[in-house]
Design a protein around this ligand. Structure first.
Ligand code: SF4
Ligand code: SF4
Length: 460
């Protein structure tokens, strides 16, 4: 029982019940906290004990949106969830739905047939049941041609495409949603980069592994990331920056992948730690190793807790740090070009009012709102940013598709939907394709990724 998943999540319940600092706010916006306090109050006031089934159900309510104030709390929820999966196994349908890449490959193989099967009430129900999707979840239209085919045809899959070493170079990480379901987004990303004289390479890539991490499948998460590490580290060694058009993939490569890597012996040896002292970075930024400031901490006090023992600890810590340093969100990358006064600002006029929603994982990257700044350069475009610390669409990647989370996910998204609707925009713009799925379900608005608006204004 000592290290059981129940014990792990119970310790979270006790800590938050003891603290209660964010109780009022978080019970309003997060189903995990609302259930946590509901269980705890019943136990305390009515002597109804919190059971193992309650605790198992509780971990399913966290979608890792990052809105809660304590990062260690959400990390411990995920840790408890993966330890449930490790001990009790994963339901078959969750195994299917978490593998977004496989799903994308199968569904896009025969797009015409898939679309008609999904449109028919009878077959759609059967397909959704097989892959564990809630019957009411609306799926996007499957495109006739995915991005991979286009990238192959246009020569993007060849390194040193363009062969001009004086140009800035990026390895473009499209993510599963843009590769299979929204290829227009990936094509727009490439076209806007090329328009700005950036050389683009599309390296081999696997799912960023966020969906499998959220489902608690640690071995599969490591397997996917290990492939990514190989391909992406190779691109970085060849002088490419890594650019992501999906904020969740960017968040994974910039932040989660490198977590705790600095405590590894490889990092300590590189930076000059020794047998007595460890060097702990003072900043979590992207400075080159030689510019990072460190605090010296005594090993005898801290080596027990400062360990590289997270989900990715079996993968090279130096490569993880390298990838994090060289990863940019696409908006962030373009805004850097703009700040260097090198961005092509020859945009044509777009007379529209847009509601721009910066998703949770853009906010988690602490880089401001690069797309809002870029979109404001387009003449005629009225940009209304939909902001609020606790606003989330509730979709959480694939979680909102799941039978048991669908209703909760819609409930979580309600306050955001009202805010967007109040603006009455011509277009709803967000870079998160998972949010887009939620909005497809809930709002009768035309949607776009900001990069599609920039591409349109360039006329590419
Ligand atoms: S998430 Fe953090 S601040 Fe909020 S109740 Fe739990 S421990 Fe306290
Ligand atoms: S990460 Fe999001 S869903 Fe999970 S506990 Fe925090 S606020 Fe709730």
């Amino acid at each position: 029982m000592d290290n059981s998943p129940e014990k792990r999540i119970r310790s979270v319940v006790d800590q938050c019940a003891d603290c209660e600092q964010c109780r009022d706010m978080m019970t309003e916006v997060c189903p995990f906290f609302s259930r946590l306090y509901n269980l705890f109050d019943k136990e305390k006031e009515e002597s109804v004990p919190i059971t193992s089934i309650d605790l198992r159900g509780l971990v399913e309510l966290c979608n890792f949106c990052g809105l809660c104030p304590c990062p260690d709390i959400r990390a411990r929820i995920m840790d408890a969830k993966s330890s449930f999966i490790q001990r009790d196994g994963m339901p078959w349908e969750i195994k299917q739905i978490q593998d977004v890449e496989k799903l994308g490959r199968y569904l896009t193989r025969l797009p015409g047939l898939t679309n008609s099967l999904v449109k028919s009430r009878v077959t759609s129900g059967i397909i959704k049941r097989i892959i564990g999707i809630h019957p009411d979840r609306i799926l996007p239209e499957i495109p006739v041609r995915d991005f991979l085919a286009w990238a192959r045809e246009t020569g993007l899959s060849v390194k040193h495409y363009g062969n001009n070493v004086s140009k800035p170079r990026v390895a473009y990480y499209a993510g599963c949603s843009a590769r299979y379901f929204f290829p227009d987004v990936a094509r727009a990303a490439v076209r806007v980069l090329l328009k700005n004289q950036v050389e683009v390479y599309f390296p081999p890539q696997k799912c960023c592994s966020m969906p499998t991490l959220l489902e608690g499948d640690v071995p599969f998460t490591r397997e996917l990331m290990s492939c990514n590490l190989k391909y992406l580290a190779d691109s970085i060694e060849s002088g490419y920056d890594l650019v992501c058009s999906c904020p969740t993939c960017g968040y994974m490569f910039k932040k989660l992948l490198k977590e705790k890597a600095c405590y590894s012996s490889e990092y300590q040896d590189m930076m000059g730690g020794d047998e007595t002292f460890m060097l702990v970075p003072l900043e979590n930024g992207i400075s080159p190793p030689e510019e990072i400031r460190h605090r010296r901490v005594h090993r005898s006090m801290y080596s027990g807790i400062l360990k590289d023992d997270g989900v990715f600890s079996s993968l090279s810590p130096l490569k993880r740090i390298d990838i994090a340093r060289k990863t940019f969100d696409l908006g962030e990358y373009l805004l850097n070009i703009f700040r260097q006064e090198k961005l092509d600002t020859g945009f044509s006029r777009v007379n529209k009012r847009i509601a721009y929603y910066p998703p949770c994982h853009t906010r988690e990257q602490n880089m401001g709102l690069p797309y809002a700044d870029l979109l404001r350069q387009i003449p005629g475009l009225e940009v209304k940013v939909v902001q609020g610390e606790y606003l989330c669409c509730g979709m959480a990647g694939i979680m909102g598709c799941k039978k048991d989370f669908h209703d909760k996910s819609l409930e979580m998204g309600q306050p955001l939907l009202y805010k967007i609707w109040e603006i009455r925009p011509d277009l709803l713009v967000t870079e998160c394709l998972s949010c887009r799925l939620q909005f497809l379900q809930t709002l009768p608005l035309v949607q776009a990724h900001p990069i599609e608006i920039l591409a349109q204004a360039y006329g590419v």
